[in-house]
Design a protein around this ligand. Structure first.
Ligand code: ADP
Length: 217
C-alpha cells in the first residue's frame, strides 16, 4: 500500500505512523525525521534545513522533494510506504504524483487526522521525543514515561524538539493552514481522502485508522 498521512503538527502522525507501518508491513517515511537525522549527522542537507525548521517554515521544495524521492526509491519501499509529513504543499503533491506515475504506481489512500487547534498546542507543549528512536514519543501529562526524561522502551534520553516552543508551534499551524491544507482538497478530487478524528487514546486512533484503510485489526 502507498499511503499519505496528513494532519496538523501535533495530530499524532508520527505516533500513528509507527503503529500503522508495522501493522501494514511497510516502511514509515517521515521527512521531518529524515531532516532531523541529517541535522544530527551534520550533513549539508541538514544545514540547509535547520534554519527553516527552527522557525517553523517549510524547507524549500528543491531540497525536500529530492530527499523524499531518494528515500522512496530504496529497496524496502518497493512493497509500499506510509508517508508522514510529505507532501506538505501543492507543489510537493504534484511532484509525488509525477514520481509515482513515472514508476507506474499510484497512491492508495490519504488519511487525514483531524484534531482541534487548542488540543494541538497542549499536545506539542508536553511532547518529549527519544534521542535513539523518533517513534518513541511521550507526553509529560498524557503518556508520561515511568522515569522522567528516560525512554520506557529503550532507556534513551527524552528531549523537547527545538521547534516545539509555543511561538514556533503557532507558526507551524499557520503554515499548515495556508500550505498543507490545500493538498487535502487536491486529493479529495482524486477520491483518496478519509478523515478520522485523532482524539482519544493512541490505540483507539490506530483502530480507527486501520478501519479507514480497510484493514481493520
Ligand atoms: P510536525 O508534523 O509535528 O510539524 P515534522 O517532524 O513532520 O513535524 O516536521 C518538522 C519540520 O520539518 C517542519 O516544520 C518543516 O520545517 C520541516 N519539514 C518536514 N517535512 C517537510 C516537507 N515535506 N516540506 C518542507 N519542510 C518539511
Amino acid at each position: 500500500m502507498r499511503i499519505v498521512l496528513v494532519g496538523p503538527p501535533g495530530a499524532g502522525k508520527g505516533t500513528q505512523a509507527a503503529y500503522l507501518a508495522e501493522n501494514l508491513s511497510i516502511p514509515h517515511i517521515s521527512t521531518g525525521d529524515l531532516f532531523r537525522a541529517n541535522i544530527s549527522q551534520g550533513t549539508e542537507l541538514g544545514q540547509k534545513a535547520q534554519e527553516y525548521m527552527r522557525s517553523g517554515q517549510l524547507v524549500p521544495d528543491e531540497v525536500t522533494i529530492g530527499m523524499a524521492k531518494d528515500r522512496m526509491e530504496q529497496p524496502d519501499a518497493e512493497v509500499g510506504f506510509l508517508l508522514d509529513g510529505f507532501p506538505r504543499n501543492l507543489a510537493q503533491a504534484e511532484a509525488l504524483d509525477a514520481i509515482l506515475k513515472d514508476a507506474g504506481l499510484k497512491l492508495d489512500a490519504v488519511l487525514d487526522l483531524e484534531v482541534p487547534e487548542d488540543e494541538v498546542v497542549k499536545r506539542i507543549a508536553g511532547r518529549r521525543m527519544c534521542r535513539n528512536d523518533s517513534s518513541h514519543i511521550f507526553h509529560v501529562e498524557y503518556t508520561p514515561s515511568k522515569v522522567e526524561g528516560v525512554c520506557d522502551l529503550c532507556g534513551g534520553e527524552l528531549y523537547q524538539r527545538e521547534d516545539d516552543s509555543e511561538e514556533t508551534v503557532r507558526k507551524r499551524l499557520a503554515v499548515y493552514h495556508s500550505e498543507t491544507e490545500p493538498i487535502i482538497d487536491y486529493y479529495r478530487a482524486q477520491s483518496l481522502v478519509t478523515t478520522i478524528s485523532a482524539l482519544g487514546q493512541v490505540s483507539e486512533v490506530t483502530t480507527r485508522a486501520m478501519a479507514a484503510l480497510g484493514s481493520g485489526e
